[in-house]
Design a protein around this ligand. Structure first.
Ligand code: FES
Length: 77
């Protein structure tokens, strides 16, 4: 089993299981709310970067996601 597993939920959050170090843009550690924890993909959570369940209330759908899709190119910084 992988040290960290991330499972992209269909029309929902990403479930993260394992020991993960999360940092904000200034390098400060952010403690996840548990293990596993869920990352917001819809952008509507009040507890970003974590999911608070808002995606269900607003009926968020990720129509661009396909389980058969290939990985996108790396972003240029
Ligand atoms: S994915 Fe759950 S609140 Fe955004």
């Amino acid at each position: 089993m992988a040290a960290v597993e991330m499972v992209i939920g269909k029309n929902g959050s990403t479930k993260v299981t394992g020991d993960v170090l999360i940092k904000d843009h200034e390098g400060n550690a952010i403690n996840p709310p548990g293990n596993p924890f869920w990352l917001c993909r819809c952008g509507a959570s009040k507890t970003k970067p974590f999911c608070d369940g808002t995606h269900k209330k607003i009926g968020w759908r990720d129509d661009s996601y396909s389980e058969a899709s290939s990985a996108p190119p790396s972003p240029s910084l």
